[in-house]
Design a protein around this ligand. Structure first.
Ligand code: ADP
Ligand code: CIR
Length: 350
């Protein structure tokens, strides 16, 4: 992609973190820099430039982008994660350290629980900069490793360019499979060569799934019906440990696991429940203030940037960097307990 010398006008009206931190001065400083993989400032900011309603608005093409464009990414990371450029990331994958007894044993609120982590293979460009050949080779390497698993984690790989259409549509409707990237991912270059090189691996029960070459090269997912969050976390950690024995992932002590979107850095973990909160849904200001207090994010039930349906929301941890995996899940858990408590109070008033 060619460099640009003009400050992008669309950012002047945008409330994204990109618009906040890409001042004219930072723009001038960064506009002629290129990473070892040829990734430029223009590519890094294109999503936020073409979509001024972005929350963040920037993606990276490789681990080095976080260094080369640090004048932009350091403050974005600091504001989103509350993590400064001298901090070190930390990890704890031990399920015994999690305090998360099922908060909804009667099944009145929580429909399902899902925890995912993103991973990218060391020394290969990330999705926004990966070539078609590199993407295909990631698909081959990862799908071969996964299909060698047996027991609970054993399953089959379904490449998107060769999947039955009914199967694809029902996997998406049932929240197992990703759809084609939205306009944010499109502008980030993440839909190039779609659907080649992409696919999903899953076990028979669809409780262990791996997305290949979506926003990150791997999204490792554990999910099931109901609110047994510890069981979902335990399955995920055993899958991560098994996969990491065979693949070296991009990681450093400062940023943790390297991901294409700065919001996913660190643990790269999003732990979520789909939960019925119709009364809180009718009081969005209060709902949002509880979410902010517990550092959880509210999403709709068909993925990021989707709407709620029938008073059901996706509640997940917001912090991922500078906190351990156990703390990520604990954030989500504590937020969910507080939301259920308030939802019960509101339903008794009506
Ligand atoms: P991410 O992969 O970053 O978590 P999305 O928000 O796009 O991104 O969600 C991906 C898919 O996972 C969507 O289909 C969404 O409905 C589904 N999903 C997320 N959380 C849950 C959950 N707790 N239960 C069931 N499906 C979920
Ligand atoms: C945005 O900037 O809004 C999109 N690129 C998505 C950012 C990551 N998602 C999030 O924080 N919810």
């Amino acid at each position: 992609m060619s460099q640009t010398n003009e400050y992008p006008l669309s950012l002047k009206k945008s409330k994204s973190l990109l618009a906040k931190y890409l001042t004219q001065e930072v723009f001038n400083e960064l506009k002629n820099r290129t990473t070892i993989n040829g990734f430029t400032l223009k590519s890094a900011i294109n999503s936020g430039v073409e979509n001024p309603d972005s929350g963040i608005g920037a993606y990276v093409g490789d681990e080095e982008s976080y260094e080369i464009f640090s004048e932009l990414f350091d403050p974005i990371i600091e504001e989103y994660h509350g993590f400064s450029k001298d901090d070190k990331h930390k990890s704890n994958l031990n399920p015994d350290d999690l305090n998360a007894p099922n908060p909804d044993k009667d099944g009145n609120y929580i429909l399902s629980t899902r925890i995912r982590v993103a991973r990218n293979i060391a020394n290969i460009p990330l999705g926004p900069a990966i070539s078609k050949e590199q993407r295909n080779s990631v698909e081959k390497q990862v799908s071969e490793i996964l299909t060698s698993f047996s027991g609970e984690l054993g399953g089959k790989y379904y490449p998107l360019n060769n999947i039955n259409e009914n199967n694809r549509a029902s996997l998406i409707a049932d929240h197992f499979l990703f759809k084609a990237g939205d306009r944010f991912l499109e502008s980030a270059g993440l839909n190039r060569d779609w659907p080649n090189g992409r696919g999903i691996f899953h076990n028979n029960d669809k409780t262990f799934l791996v997305w290949i070459n979506e926003e990150d090269e791997l999204r490792i997912i554990s999910m099931q019906q109901g609110g047994d969050i510890k069981e979902v976390f335990t399955r995920l950690t055993s899958a991560i440990t098994k996969i990491q024995k065979q693949i070296k992932f991009a990681y450093n002590d400062h940023l943790g696991y390297i991901t294409s979107c700065p919001t996913n850095l660190g643990t790269a973990m999003r732990a979520s429940v789909h939960i019925k909160l119709p009364n809180l849904g009718a009081k969005m200001d209060e709902f949002q203030s509880i979410a902010d207090k517990y550092s959880v994010q509210i999403r709709g039930i068909h993925g990021e940037h989707s709407d709620s349906e029938g008073g059901i929301y996706d509640i997940s941890n917001k912090r991922r960097l500078g906190v351990t995996e156990v703390e990520c899940v604990q954030d989500m858990y504590d937020g969910v307990v507080a939301l259920i408590k308030r939802e019960k109070e509101l339903s008794q008033k009506t």
